[in-house]
Write a protein that binds this ligand. Structure first.
Ligand SMILES: Cc1cc2nc3c(=O)[nH]c(=O)nc-3n(C[C@H](O)[C@H](O)[C@H](O)COP(=O)(O)OP(=O)(O)OC[C@H]3O[C@@H](n4cnc5c(N)ncnc54)[C@H](O)[C@@H]3O)c2cc1C
Length: 403
C-alpha cells in the first residue's frame, strides 16, 4: 500500500541520517517492534529506557511512511471536540482522554529534550476559529466545557481576532500548551537514541508471516526474507495498512493533501506563529516552520490511496495556497515548494487503537489513527510499555481494540 505521493518536505530538512543493516540471520528478543515510523520509534525509545531486549524491523527505511507526510502539529484538542466526545463517552471519560493528550505534549517535550538530536519541538498556541456564523454556538459550548475542566484556553472575540491577525472570524478559542515538531527528525532521533541504548534496528526487513505462540507465555515466530525472529512479545506499529490486515472494522482510510511554501521574508503578521485550524470538517490547518515557511493541509477526500495524478496534486496544492493567501493577504510572493497527498487513517469514534490484541497473548497494536497521531503514539508507547512491564495500564481501556 502506497502511503504518500508527491514531494515531501521533512526529509529535506535532515542532510545526514543513520542507516541500519538488513537482518540476515535468525534472531531472538523479548520484544519485536514491527514498523519504523513514529509509533515504532516512540515504542523503541520507551522500551530502551527500561533496558528491554528489543528488535525493531522496518520493511523500507526508517521514517519513510506516513510519519514523513505528517504536518507536525501537536495539539491536545482532537478532531472530535470535547463536547462531542462527552456525548459519546460521558463527560468524565472524555475529559480524562483530553487531559491525557495535554499531558502527552508535556511528556514529548521532556523526551525530545533528552535526545541527542533535535526534532525542532517548539511550544505554540493554537487558534481554533468558527468557520461560519452557524458554528459560533458550537464553539462557545466547547469553550465553556474546556474552561469548566480547567484546560488552558481563552476566547477571542471578532475584534480581538482582527487585531492579532489579518483576517476576520466570528469567534475563536486560543489554546495554550500546544506545540509543533519536525516529525521526520523526531522519528530519526528517537530510533537513533533507542539504538544507542541497545535496541537492534534492521531496515529493509519485512515481516512476511507470524506464527502465534502455541502456549500461554510462549514464543511468537516471525518470518522475514533472510531469517526468523523469535519474540516473547510483538508490537505492530505498521501504520495505516494495519486496519486491513488485522480486520479492524472501526477504522477508515481517507486521502489528505498538504503543501509547504518557499521561505517567507516576513511572518510578523502571523501572531506568535500560532497553529491555526477551524470548525469545518474536513478542516483547513496551517502552521509555520523554523525556516520561515508555511505548512497548510486539509481538503480530505473519502478515497483511501494517495493520488498518482500530478494534475490533481497541483490543483489541490493551488487550492491550499489560495486558502493561505485568503488568510494572509499581507504576505507577498507566496509560492509552493512541496506538495503531497497521503493516506490518512481515522477511527469512526475518534479514538486511536492502542493495546492488547483481543485474542492473542503478548501481541499489541500501536495505531495512532486520527489527526493527533503523534500525540496518540506518545500515549500509546507508554500504555504498551506498562502492559508489557506491569501487565496493567491505567489508560488502556479507552483505546482498546475491542472497545
Ligand atoms: C497528511 C498527514 C498529516 C498529518 N498531520 C498530523 C499532525 O499535524 N499531527 C499529528 O499528530 N499527526 C498527524 N498525522 C498523523 C501521523 O502522521 C500518524 O499518526 C503517524 O505518522 C503514524 O505513524 P506510524 O508509525 O503508525 O505509521 P508510519 O509512519 O506509516 O510507519 C509504519 C511503518 O511500518 C512499516 N511496515 C508496515 N508493514 C511492515 C512489515 N510487515 N514489516 C516491516 N515493516 C512494516 C512501514 O513501512 C512504515 O514505515 C498526519 C498524517 C498525514 C497523512
Amino acid at each position: 500500500m502506497e502511503l504518500h505521493s508527491g514531494s515531501l518536505y521533512w526529509p529535506t530538512t535532515l542532510k545526514q541520517y543513520p542507516e541500519y543493516p538488513k537482518l540476515d540471520q535468525p534472531a531472538e528478543c523479548d520484544v519485536l517492534i514491527i514498523g519504523g515510523g513514529e509509533a515504532g520509534a516512540q515504542m523503541a525509545h520507551r522500551l530502551s529506557l527500561y533496558n528491554i531486549d528489543t528488535i525493531l524491523v522496518e520493511k523500507n527505511t526508517v521514517a519513510g511512511g506516513s510519519s514523513s507526510a505528517n504536518t507536525g502539529l501537536l495539539q491536545f484538542a482532537n478532531d472530535k471536540m470535547l463536547t462531542s466526545f462527552a456525548k459519546k463517552l460521558g463527560e468524565d471519560k472524555a475529559v480524562k482522554f483530553y487531559k491525557r493528550c495535554l499531558k502527552a505534549i508535556d511528556d514529548l517535550e521532556v523526551y525530545t529534550r533528552n535526545l541527542e538530536f533535535s526534532s525542532d519541538f517548539i511550544r505554540r498556541k493554537s487558534l481554533f476559529y468558527a468557520s461560519s456564523r452557524s458554528d459560533v454556538k458550537k464553539l462557545l459550548k466547547e469553550y465553556e466545557m474546556l474552561r469548566k475542566h480547567r484546560f488552558p484556553v481563552s476566547l477571542l472575540q471578532p475584534h480581538e481576532i482582527s487585531t492579532f491577525f489579518p483576517f476576520e472570524k466570528d469567534l475563536a478559542i486560543l489554546s495554550d500548551l500546544d506545540a509543533e515538531i519536525n516529525p521526520f527528525k523526531l522519528v530519526v532521533a528517537l530510533i537513533r537514541e533507542a539504538h544507542k541504548n541497545g535496541v537492534r534496528v534492521y531496515e529493509n526487513t519485512e515481516v512476511l508471516g507470524h506464527e502465534f505462540a502455541k502456549d500461554s507465555g510462549g514464543t511468537h515466530t516471525f518470518r522475514t526474507p533472510k531469517g526468523t525472529i523469535e519474540a516473547k512479545h510483538v508490537i505492530y506499529c505498521t501504520g495505516y495498512a494495519t486496519a486491513e490486515f488485522a480486520n479492524i472494522k472501526k477504522a477508515v482510510n481517507n486521502r489528505s493533501y498538504a503543501i509547504v511554501t518557499q521561505p517567507v521574508k516576513d511572518l510578523s503578521s502571523w501572531h506568535e506563529r500560532v497553529l491555526i485550524w477551524e470548525t469545518k470538517q474536513p478542516y483547513l490547518y496551517m502552521r509555520t516552520t523554523p525556516d520561515n515557511r508555511i505548512v497548510a493541509g486539509g481538503l480530505d477526500e473519502q478515497i483511501k490511496d494517495p493520488t498518482d495524478d500530478p494534475g490533481v496534486l497541483r490543483e489541490k496544492g493551488d487550492e491550499l495556497l489560495r486558502l493561505v493567501r485568503e488568510h494572509f493577504p499581507v504576505i507577498p510572493d507566496l509560492a509552493i515548494a512541496h506538495e503531497w497527498s497521503a493516506t490518512f487513517g481515522e477511527s469512526r469514534d475518534g479514538l486511536p487503537f492502542m493495546g492488547n490484541h483481543p485474542k492473542h497473548e503478548n501481541v499489541f497494536f500501536l495505531l495512532g489513527y486520527g489527526g493527533n497521531g503523534s500525540v496518540y503514539c506518545t500515549i500509546g508507547a507508554d500504555i504498551i510499555k506498562d502492559l508489557i512491564l506491569y501487565g496493567y495500564s491505567p489508560d488502556s481501556a479507552l483505546t482498546a481494540l475491542d472497545r
